[in-house]
Design a protein around this ligand. Structure first.
Ligand code: 9D3
Length: 244
């Protein structure tokens, strides 16, 4: 999969060089290109913003550099499947949306900044507009990296164990169960007996019950009641499996 990112802060994207995403790039599974928006200005000051028509505080990002940058991307890589504008007004990024985007072979991400972006970028260039949640950030760079990370996990081979992508909590609408490793006792805190028992059926049941109860307690909005099996309903009724 190819991803092109257009930004006024190309140096902010070093996180995409490390860890799972960095390795996916080295292995040729993910081809990320960062473009500096200022390289597509034509004036002496390389100006990417200007005062808003109609007045008001702050600056607005000019349309021409974004259109010129995407023309350069098209010349190099052809017409992208999606041109995504990162913006607080966008559709919320979800597991389902990330999975859908991972099915495309070319994405372009446009990072916004300042008070806003000229509406013609939205109207005449972007095919999608995505937000990563209801809180205010200073720009679209972190959201662009969040989108690449969430999408890349669905690209075959990026995550070593394909089963862990499938089993991931949001796919099933359930949070994860508690994990433990050695030692069996640490600062007075012990590992639940069942995990040391070697009884695989009991362990499976305990983990399932933990997931169900945690989700019900912490994120009842995620629980798809209609998808619960008879066993799930029984596990949710057992009162002595304490959960945080
Ligand atoms: C102070 C300006 N705000 C006035 C209502 C609007 C505004 C413009 C640009 C607020 C934030 C930003 C910068 N944020 C993003 O570009 C952004 C973002 C975010 O802030 N939260 C969640 N997802 C995203 S995606 C892009």
């Amino acid at each position: 999969m190819r991803v092109d990112i257009v930004t006024i802060f190309p140096e902010a994207f070093t996180p995409l060089q490390v860890s799972m995403i960095g390795r996916a790039r080295e292995r040729g599974l993910l081809d990320v290109h960062i473009w500096d928006l200022r390289d597509f200005t034509t004036d002496r000051h390389r100006q990417v913003d200007d005062a808003p028509y109609g007045g008001g505080a702050g600056m607005v990002m000019k349309p021409e550099p974004f259109f010129a940058a995407v023309d350069a991307i098209r010349a190099e890589a052809g017409e992208p499947a999606h041109i995504i504008l990162t913006s607080p007004q966008g559709a919320r990024l979800t597991h389902a949306l990330a999975e859908e985007m991972a099915g495309k072979n070319h994405l372009v991400l446009l990072c916004g900044h300042y008070e806003g972006i000229d509406e013609r970028v939205r109207e005449g260039l972007a095919t999608d507009e995505i937000s990563i949640g209801d809180y205010v950030l200073t720009g679209g760079e972190l959201p662009a990296m969040v989108i690449v990370d969430a999408v890349a996990r669905f690209v075959p081979g990026v995550v070593g164990d394909a089963a862990s992508v499938e089993a991931d909590s949001f796919a099933e609408g359930l949070l994860d169960y508690p994990h433990y490793t050695r030692p069996p006792e640490f600062r007075g805190m012990t590992v639940p007996e069942v995990l040391l028992s070697g009884n695989h059926e009991a362990i499976r049941r305990w983990r399932r019950a933990q997931r169900l109860r945690r989700t019900l307690r912490r994120r009842p909005d995620l629980l798809k009641h209609e998808a619960l099996s008879d066993e799930d309903r029984r596990l949710l009724d057992v009162p002595d499996l304490d959960v945080d």
